[in-house]
Design a protein around this ligand. Structure first.
Ligand code: SD4
Length: 347
């Protein structure tokens, strides 16, 4: 089912004239060898982690029934936001150090290159929907904290307690341990805490969409915002080329505009998996001090329908769904020992 590499040839549509950059009307890469993508695999959705399959399957159904890819991204992500067992998204997410669940989310629409985002929002079950409202009903891209919450409430989102009894008791245990030792300087986003959903979608007209939702780093300092709601870091959609999303240690993604970097690699001709690898290698090389704790993973989908993923987190997998069925696929596993300046395998 995997689609062979498509060659995107960079277009020189942007020219410098009198010191300014002028772009032609249609700066789509001039020679895009799309091969023969399987158009019956539309709508196509991919998402981080195995649980992403449920979100992708819901998205395929919504897009097929309603024709709305944005509804599909939003409501597909609802499935994960509603899952109390998912410790990193929506209700049941791990709280911050004060025991408050603070959520981050964003959404992008490729055809109009529009984006919306919320960060550090509390007591609202569906941050992805608030992000969409920001995108569609305000002149802004991002709202944070209490402003985002009040905006959501004004727009009909009920206040909801997101801290489950289980997470409350975990947080109380954590607090007891913290009293005995200083707060960890190293992040604790391990395999058990990896549940952020980043989801990308492609319709039959070749239009791309994406969304991302998380409660972020467990027991974070209140107010901490990760990569997930940052356009270009946790998610990026470029309707000319492709889309990418991230999961893992946000601080190591957001210093590098990780998802934007993946998309730019695809723009330069890389296939999706290769683009993800190149981004990880680039980050490792620029940031060797973080090699031991890189913990970054990307998924990518190009405009022709090819998809892939790569990352450094043990066992990173991603989900793919279309009307033809669903799959959970192992991402290209990258060893942090082999990358960076010493490993020298940067492409
Ligand atoms: C963050 N990137 O807030 C998110 C966490 C994550 O799986 O992806 N967890 O840093």
């Amino acid at each position: 089912m995997s689609i062979s590499r498509r060659k995107f040839i960079q277009n020189s549509a942007c020219i410098s004239a009198t010191g300014a950059i002028a772009c032609s009307q249609n700066p789509v890469p001039a020679a895009v060898d799309l091969g023969e993508p399987s158009t019956n695999m539309r709508p196509l959705f991919i998402a981080t982690w195995p649980f992403g399959k449920f979100s992708c399957e819901a998205a395929v159904k919504i897009a097929t029934d309603s024709g709305s890819m944005l509804d599909a991204i939003e409501k597909g992500i609802w499935v994960t936001e509603n899952d109390v067992k998912n410790a990193s998204v929506g209700i049941g997410g791990i709280p911050n150090a004060d025991g408050q669940v603070e959520l981050d989310a964003c959404i992008m629409s490729g055809p109009d290159h529009n984006a919306g985002s919320v960060a550090g929002i509390r007591d609202i079950l569906h941050p992805i929907s608030v992000a969409r409202l920001v995108m569609e009903s305000t002149p802004h891209v991002m709202l944070v904290g209490d402003g985002a919450k009040q905006f959501a409430i004004k727009n009909g989102h009920p206040e909801t307690n997101l801290l489950t009894d289980q997470q409350k008791s975990n947080w109380q245990n954590w607090q007891r341990k913290q009293a005995k030792m200083l707060q960890q300087s190293q992040p604790k986003i391990d395999e058990d805490h990896h549940d952020t959903i980043a989801m990308l979608g492609l319709d039959s007209d070749g239009n791309l969409y994406g969304g991302c939702s998380t409660s972020g780093w467990g027991y974070k300092i209140p107010g901490r915002v990760g990569d997930s709601p940052i356009i270009g870091s946790g998610l990026y959609v470029d309707n000319q080329v492709g889309a990418a999303g991230a999961t893992g240690l946000g601080e190591n993604v957001m210093r590098h505009c990780g998802s934007f970097l993946v998309v730019e690699m695809m723009r330069q001709g890389a296939a999706p998996t290769e683009a993800c690898e190149m981004a990880v290698n680039r980050i490792a090389e620029i940031d060797p001090k973080n090699l031991d704790n890189l913990d970054i993973n990307f998924i990518a989908l190009n405009k022709a329908g090819a998809y892939g993923a790569a990352g450094t987190s043990k066992g990173f997998k991603y989900s793919v769904s279309s009307p033809q069925g669903s799959e959970i696929i192992d991402a290209k596993a990258m060893s942090v020992k082999a990358i960076g300046p010493e490993g020298g395998n940067r492409k």
